[in-house]
Design a binder for this molecule. Structure first.
Ligand code: SF4
Length: 365
């Protein structure tokens, strides 16, 4: 029998059955982290949240690229905006991410900086081809999902001999962030809902330490209700038996081995380095910088940028939200001083940000 993927994983009867099973099987509280903001939004959109057993508690995670962009990195973007002859090419969400003193790229643009919104690194490359007298800098953010496409674009720039294109690479890697969260003695995570998109590149192997070293379940899940509910049931089962493993519950999109070709392209252009995460701080080996042979595409070196020290925004609790230690609505600024129209912290900016999702779906706890 063939499976209709567009409807089978949204099936209300299947979902209802899984929710009933969760009510029967859950015999202890389950605090699970939705590492990826897309899962957070999918859970709200499906309406499943109030139907889950009371013992199931959702924690947000550091899987929204805009949310984890550090204040110092925004300060570097603002340095860049002051350089003559530079066109900044960026995803739209980054425009409103606050940096030191609440400044952002939108303000810089209003003051005359040349900033263009693009939908991919490849669009930025086209911008460079169309503006040979300027240097186009693509603001590289995102995780293992987007970084290979940026690396592929750099290889394309080299092949085309486009010398006026470079990248400010603030890409981040998910497994080192999970390790940092788990190594924190106050970590409150019982299980991880692992990000489906990132896993299409990584596969299962890079997550093994989660189960083996930290004895915590990690389930790779898709974004439809049946996907998420199945993953929750597997978490409950593992917590009951004490047999912890990484499970690929999203086989229709994620190969167990991930995408070796994408990882190879990534490794050709970038190497790992320590990186700053908003509200979390420096995580060893969690960033991507250019290999020396690609230095001409490194905006940091090419344009003499620095990563200035920047103090966290007063009162913003994004760090605690991203570490699963606080619900967005417990931040004193939530829905008062901080709203999507006037965000104080990055988690209120992006549609994938936890605070923005909690605000949009009017969730109070
Ligand atoms: S509500 Fe605003 S200030 Fe508070 S944690 Fe979220 S983004 Fe930061």
């Amino acid at each position: 029998m063939s499976v209709n993927f567009s409807t089978a994983f949204k099936d209300p009867d299947l979902s209802r059955g899984l929710i009933e099973r969760l009510h029967r099987e859950l015999d202890r509280p389950l605090r699970f982290m939705e590492v990826c903001g897309t899962h957070t939004v999918a859970i709200f959109q499906s309406g499943m949240r109030p139907l889950l057993p009371a013992g199931v508690r959702h924690l947000s995670g550091p899987g929204c690229p805009v949310c984890v962009t550090h204040e110092s990195e925004v300060a570097a973007y603002l340095q860049l905006a002051e350089k003559p002859g530079v066109i900044i090419a960026t995803f739209g969400d980054l425009m409103r991410v606050p940096g030191p003193g609440g400044d952002n790229l939108k303000l810089a643009q209003a003051k005359g900086a040349r900033v263009e919104i693009v939908y991919s690194a490849h669009d930025a490359l086209k911008l460079a081809a169309d503006n040979p007298g300027d240097t186009v800098v693509f603001l590289g953010i995102g995780f293992e999902t987007t970084a290979p496409t940026v690396a592929a674009t750099v290889l394309m720039a080299r092949q085309q001999g486009l010398a006026n294109f470079c990248v400010l690479s603030f890409h981040k890697l998910v497994p080192p962030a999970l390790r940092a969260l788990l190594a924190d003695p106050d970590c409150a995570v019982d299980a991880f809902l692992l990000p489906g998109h990132v896993s299409t590149i990584l596969g299962m192997e890079p997550y093994r330490f989660v189960a083996e070293e930290f004895r915590t379940p990690g389930i790779i899940a898709g974004f439809d209700p049946v996907d998420i509910l199945q993953a929750l049931l597997i978490m409950v089962e593992q917590r009951k038996t004490g047999e912890f493993a990484i499970v690929n519950s999203y086989r229709r999109a994620v190969d167990d081995a991930g995408n070796p070709r994408a990882r190879e392209i990534l490794d050709t252009v970038f190497q790992t380095a320590d990186a700053l995460w908003r509200g979390i701080g420096c995580i060893p080996g969690s960033g991507l910088v250019f290999r020396p042979e690609f230095e001409q595409y490194d905006a940091m070196a090419r344009l003499g940028l620095t990563l200035p020290e920047a103090r966290p925004i007063a009162g913003c609790k994004c760090g605690d939200v991203l570490k699963g230690k606080m619900q967005p609505c417990d931040c004193p600024l939530f829905a008062k001083a901080c709203t999507p129209a006037k965000p104080v912290g990055p988690c209120m900016v992006s549609t994938e940000g936890s605070c923005a999702a909690y605000f949009k779906y009017n969730v109070e706890a």
